[in-house]
Structure formats: C-alpha cells, structure tokens
Design a protein. Structure first.
Length: 292
C-alpha cells in the first residue's frame, strides 16, 4: 500500500493547489472589473485632450513649446540622454505578462542605444526592477508603492521630473513601456512615446473656438497635463491587463489541476482494484488448497 498512500498524498496536494488557483482566479476577476472601469473612465478625458491639442496645434506654436519640439540626434549636437519608463506588476503568477513587458523594454533600450543614446531606465513595479537589478543595470528611479490602484498623483510624481528635464533640453525622448488593455485576453506590451508630444491628427470637423487668453497660454497648461494623463492611462491599463493576465493564468492552472486530479484518481482506483482482485484470488487459492 506504499504506492497507494503516495497517490492519495498527491491527490490531496493537487486538490489543495486547485483550491488556491480557483480562489486567485475569483479574486483576479473581481479586481479586473474595477480596474476595467478605471480604464474606461480615463479614455474620454484623454480623447478630449487630444482633440483640443489637435485643434490648437500649428507649426509656429510647435517651435515655441519645448514639449512639442523634436531635438536633434546626438550626432548633430542634440541631447544624448533618453528615458524609458517600464511599468510592471509587483506580483507574479500572471503568465507571461511581466516577461513580455521586460522583453519590450529591452528591445527599446537596445534600439535607443544603437542610435547613440544613453538610456536612463525608470522602473515602476517590483518584477521589472528585480529583473534589471539581476542583470546589474542601474535604474535612474524605482517605485514599488503604486500597486494596482494608481492615481493621477502617482503619474505626476513619476513624470514631472522628466518633463522638467526635457524642457531644459537634457533629454532627447521619454518612452513608456506599458500593457495595452484591449480585452481581458488581449494585453500586448506597447511602447508609447510621451515626449516629445506627438501632434495628434486634426479632426475632420472644424471647430469654432473662442480662445481666452490665447492659444499659447492654453497649450502651456495643456501639454504637461497631456503628458501626465498619458502616464496615468499607462498605469491604469497596465493594472487592468495584469488582472486579466492573472485571471487567465489561474484559470488555466485550475483546469490543468482538474485534469491531473482525474488522472491520479483513475490510477489510484485501478491500483486499488488490482490489489482487491489479487487478495480475492489469494483467498480462493488458499481455500482450494485446504479443501484439496
């Protein structure tokens, strides 16, 4: 019965594991709904900002605002520093979610370094920070306190020093590595250029604005707000994508545990059946020997 006891122990172990993964799946589903609501709530505001900037944007104004101006490459005397902000989660058990974001960050860093830039990496989230620490890469800044409920203040704290450095001509660009929340099952990594601000395409319908005090004064306030909002959207989309990836990973783990459990139970039952059959055969054989 030694092997039978081992099988029963494995069955109990898999049952306990399945309970844990099922609970984590339910928790992730609950958190996903709230995170998805934050993503949906952030989109109309971002769209409105894009539309206003698109309507105000002109080539003349672009030359007056540092956040719109594209610096020259290092070979032509431009700034040699570029910043990359990497968003990852603080926890694992989310499938390839963090690995995909880290892979995208490494691809972007290699691309920038190939162009002659010195890359400053800003790590948001324990998993990304831990990976680059393991590689021995020094990070310009680290944040592990944001979690899965980011706020606009968090976004401002992250990007405000970078806005100041870019406006002073110290940075050539700022890229944000985030997860795109398309659906709970589609959360691909993406690189979003947040500085310089890309001129949004103008809408087809012309709008008649009464500007007060002026387009310059409005853009001066809107551009930093637009950059902070881009980081905030990246934070909320990455948080929602994390919950979606974890729910999917835990559901797959629960399903796999169920399949393993069925296999172990069948193996145990077959073994138990064979043992009972053998015991009956031995009893019958012994009785026949006594009678003969």
């Amino acid at each position: 019965m030694a092997k039978g006891r081992q099988l029963k122990g494995r069955i109990r172990s898999v049952q306990n594991t399945r309970k844990i993964t099922k609970t984590m799946e339910l928790v992730a589903t609950s958190k996903l709904k709230r995170a998805q609501d934050r993503v949906v709530a952030a989109r109309p505001y971002a769209q409105a900002l894009r539309e206003v900037i698109a309507d105000l944007y002109t080539a003349e104004l672009a030359e007056r605002f540092p956040l719109l101006r594209r610096p020259a490459p290092p070979a032509k005397g431009g700034p040699a520093r570029a910043a990359v902000i990497l968003l990852t989660s603080n926890r694992g058990l989310a499938g390839g979610f963090n690995a995909n974001l880290i892979k995208e960050a490494r691809r972007r860093i290699e691309q920038l370094e190939g162009g002659g830039y010195t890359v400053e990496l800003y790590g948001i989230g324990k998993k990304g920070i831990g990976f680059f620490r393991y590689l021995g890469r020094k990070l310009a800044a680290e944040r592990q306190d944001i979690g899965d409920r980011p706020t606009a203040d968090h976004a401002a704290e992250i990007v405000q020093p970078l806005i100041a450095a870019y406006a002073a001509g110290e940075l050539a660009s700022v890229d944000l590595i985030q997860a795109q929340f398309i659906s709970a099952l589609q959360t691909p990594p993406a690189t979003v250029r947040i500085l310089p601000v890309e001129a949004p395409p103008a809408g087809t319908a012309a709008r008649d604005y009464i500007l007060a005090p002026s387009a310059e004064a409005i853009l001066e306030e809107l551009l930093p707000l637009y950059v902070r909002n881009a980081v905030y959207r990246g934070l909320v989309e990455t948080a929602a994508a994390e919950h979606g990836a974890r729910r999917t990973a835990m559901k797959n783990a629960t399903d796999n545990a169920g399949e393993i459990l069925e296999l172990l139970k069948r193996t145990y039952n077959r073994q138990r059946q064979a043992q009972i059959t053998q015991e009956i055969a031995e009893i019958v054989g012994g009785a026949a020997a006594l009678q003969g």
